[in-house]
Design a protein around this ligand. Sequence first.
Ligand SMILES: Nc1ncnc2c1ncn2[C@@H]1O[C@H](COP(=O)(O)OP(=O)(O)OP(=O)(O)O)[C@@H](O)[C@H]1O
Length: 483
Amino acid sequence: QISMHVSYTHTHTHAPLFEPLVKTKEPLGATIKRDKSTGAIVVARIMRGGPADKSGLIHEGDELREVNGVSLEHRKPKEIPSLLARSQNEVRFTIVPAFSKEEMPPNEPKLFVRALFDYDPGQDPAVPCKEAAVAFRWGDVLQIVSAEDEAWWQACHQRDGHSRAGLVPSTQLHQRRVALQRPKALFKPPTHLTDPSVSHPAGLRRSFRLGRKSSWVREAARAKRWSTGVNGSNPPPTYREVIPYRRDPEDGHRLVVLVGPDGVGVNELKRRLLISDPDRYGVTVPYTTREKRKQESEGVDYHFFSVHAFEEYILSNRYGAHQFIEYGRYDGHYYGTSVDSVRTVMAEGKVCLLDVHPSKIKRVYSLEFMPYVVFVKPPRIEELRLTRRRAKFICDEEDKSAVRTFSEEDFENMIDLAETMENLCGHLFDKVIVNGDVTAAFRELKADLQRVDQAEVQWIPEEWVCPPPTNARSSCGQLGGWI
Ligand SMILES: Nc1ncnc2c1ncn2[C@@H]1O[C@H](COP(=O)(O)OP(=O)(O)OP(=O)(O)O)[C@@H](O)[C@H]1O
């Protein structure tokens, strides 16, 4: 048994407390519980970065024997706060330590994650202590400082640097809760996507969009079979492991991938970016097997390929070489975007803007391209009706006169498809831009791309650096910029 003296200054009449934490500016940063087998009061959690943690004097598992000379024998945890409240500027604990110094668990390596859901402890009736929890938004980078507890991890916002850690739901807890609360969380693709006989709104911009649609139908149907089959449900996204990457001044720009349902405005935003800074942004030149028209030039409008050459490329895709990021067939001709055409734009020192179906992101999802994936999302249907009143879109790229306005069904399909995309690929998105007012959406997108480009540290998926064991050594060995 040792006697310990924890003292720290504060100006509140209430001393910082154990559980339940009192809303003082600086709580002690610990929770306590009664040990069921011995009846002793023990420290359940120490919040990383809080006064208790910084003091280095109290540790999880320590038994509390006395507070300010008052014995805690036969006392309940809820009585402790009032004992602490009596102390003035210092609290005196008598504890039985759980570990000797030599037995203390070693520091865990740093683990960073990107949150894939919003969390507000204020709305969570199950959180053990609201004041000890950390709120976060989708996309925030958190440092997990303790994942020992099965249900409640401890994490702090990466942007805050040395902030106090707090409780966040563990992956397991979040998945369990979503499964219990929302059977709807099981993937439920909109019916028009799973029934190939139902036609799609013709939001065709470039002709291979048609090819995308049929593959999306198949994919959505597959996903539905999987989700309702023996495997049960698609687990809801929780956290994705990321690592900090410090950019080398020599590094080129990251590839910017824009995805979104047909007609949402991907092309419009891309067009505005290109006009706003043509020296900075560039786009790929697509491949086609159709005849070159008079006003078109090879390598500028399209790369004109023979059917044979195009099919060779397709075969290489089947065998894993992936010459094409995506391709499709429309009106008897092939259209496609090659991996090399992305490399060409990037080699010119430009930010390559790539617009692909989300299922094709994986083709460029690597350290070579470091894709920054922006999901362009439709606003609520009321806003779609308002903002798209006069908007027209080309129904057929080959026949530019085939334009029409959006129908109510187009809006519904757009929203359904956006939901499906988020369900299936949301974990790959780095940024979501809601395209309601187009000027605001464009401004937000441009500012975000600039911010990412200038950021000294990029948070990238851990798998880009340490892929599965077979090639892990070669890719990790080449890295110079990791911190
Ligand atoms: N926020 C907006 N407000 C009003 N009109 C918009 C907005 N965003 C896009 N539009 C208009 O909607 C039409 C379709 O947009 P766009 O061509 O960019 O869609 P898309 O996502 O590229 O889909 P697709 O490939 O099917 O054409 C265009 O006329 C565009 O100007």
